[in-house]
Ligand binder design. Structure first.
Ligand code: HEM
Length: 417
């Protein structure tokens, strides 16, 4: 069905569109007039379906699809983690080794194993180390600001903590961290031509991470230590990940836990700087509800995908077996059926049933508590060290088909003259 109000072929995955803005007015129109809509435009996300795809915009429908994996499979390229065919080893279909692209029961098996590394206790055990990292990242940004007090918040602050958190979590030795950071950044950046990184370089970096992680896994099997790698690959008596599976799990962490949290932090800072009353409130009261509202407001992952496993009815439409379905979290998180004044950035919003971490099904974000902790730690540090930060210019946005990202956010510590 054509949306009566949008140009035929309007594409919500168009990187040019997402570089400019999140299409909130169009999402609002869709939620009201055509909440499940067949977009005829071949999408800009590889594997999203060559003929077109279903755009799902209402909170209730995104949740329904996410919680019914038997009707909507994750098996075919759920997210945009691409590998170059010529680089992939032994013709393995590497996509299938990533848990985001698995269905139960295979997904259930892997998820049960990797969950061991994300228990509340495991995440809490990182808190002290990450708290002091957050503080030193912000202090270093202040120390290295230009003489006029200006610096880029993204590269100096937002990029650092998510990388450190993943390295801390999997126990990457300090000396190896810069390599992992370099590979992760190359992998995340090839969507954006301005970085001048080709898809080949991104794919090569991904394979470097897999090889590095497999070696780490093999070393821990040989010589167990007190870390998550050991718990996942070498624990006795329970299911374990193979070295291959561990390698691809680290890739997923490098993509899923890195760019997402970076963008939540950058958008959060931008939201504070453009809503000074919320920043004042934050500095005074540090509400525990802040991080969730930042994730709702930013919705760093605009959309993920599923494939219908059978003919199925959704939002009054007949979706046929094999058709691709796009879950638009950005739209769901602004659905007025669920949120009072969704266009208001309100760090005390409670309850806040946003879908920024997914629609609550089996793939619900594994790193949610870690992400929330990172966001809390970084804004606590910014509020303590840089309470009077000011925005210097509009942010430069990331050019991407599926991420709502900020590439550059120029700020200053100098008082307004
Ligand atoms: C899955 C968002 C941070 C690890 C997901 C999904 C979303 C998401 C939308 C898919 C959910 C679904 O399909 O139902 C975010 C956002 C983050 C964030 C917005 C930051 C603000 C992290 C962090 C980690 C992480 C810090 C780990 C270090 C994962 C993993 C999955 C996942 C492993 C796949 C889970 C599965 O397939 O079972 N995330 N994420 N994420 N996330 Fe996150």
């Amino acid at each position: 069905m054509r949306c009566p109000h949008l140009p035929d072929g309007f594409d919500f995955t168009d990187p040019d569109l997402l570089q400019d803005r999140v299409p909130h007015p169009e999402f609002a129109l869709m939620r009201e007039t055509a909440p499940v809509w067949w977009c005829t435009q071949p999408p800009n996300i590889s594997g999203f379906g060559d003929e077109g795809y279903w755009v799902v915009t209402r909170h209730a429908d995104v949740k329904y699809v996410s919680t019914h994996p038997e009707l909507f499979s994750s098996n075919t390229n759920t997210a945009v983690i691409r590998f170059n065919e010529t680089i992939s080893r032994d013709q393995i279909d590497v996509q299938k080794l990533i848990m985001l692209n698995m269905d139960p029961p295979e997904h259930t098996r892997v998820r049960q194993i990797v969950q061991r590394g994300f228990t509340p206790r495991a995440v809490r055990s990182l808190e002290a180390a990450l708290r002091s990292r957050a503080r030193s990242i912000v202090e270093t940004a202040l120390a290295s600001a230009d003489t006029d007090g200006s610096f880029d918040f993204v590269t100096n602050i937002a990029v650092e903590l998510p990388l450190q958190a993943i390295a801390e979590l999997i126990g990457v030795p300090q000396d190896d961290r810069s390599k992992i950071f370099d590979w992760s950044n190359k992998m995340a950046a090839y969507d954006d031509p301005e970085y001048a990184i080709t898809e080949e370089v991104g794919a090569e970096a991904a394979m470097e991470i897999v090889a590095y992680s497999m070696n780490l896994a093999a070393a821990r099997k040989e010589c167990p230590a007190q870390d998550i790698v050991t718990q996942l690959v070498a624990a006795e008596g329970e299911g374990n990940l193979s070295s291959d599976e561990f390698g691809f799990f680290v890739i997923l962490l490098a993509v899923a836990g890195n760019e997402t949290t970076r963008n939540a932090i950058s958008h959060g800072m931008h939201a504070f700087l453009t809503h000074p009353e919320q920043w004042e409130l934050y500095k005074r009261e540090r509400p525990k509800t802040t991080a969730e509202e930042i994730v709702r407001w930013a919705t760093p992952v605009v959309s993920f995908q599923r494939t219908a496993t059978q003919d199925v009815e959704l939002g009054g439409q007949r979706i046929r077996k094999g058709e691709r379905v796009g879950l638009f979290y950005s739209s769901a998180n602004n659905d007025p059926e669920v949120f009072d004044a969704p266009e208001t950035f309100d760090i005390t919003r409670d309850p806040n049933p946003h879908l920024g971490f997914g629609g609550g099904g089996p793939h619900f974000c594994l790193g949610k508590s870690l992400a929330v902790m990172e966001i809390d730690l970084i804004f606590n540090a910014v509020a303590d060290v840089l309470p009077d930060l000011r925005l210097l210019e509009d942010p430069r946005r990331l050019r991407s088909a599926w991420l709502n990202g900020i590439k550059q956010l120029q700020v200053t510590t100098a008082a307004e003259s």
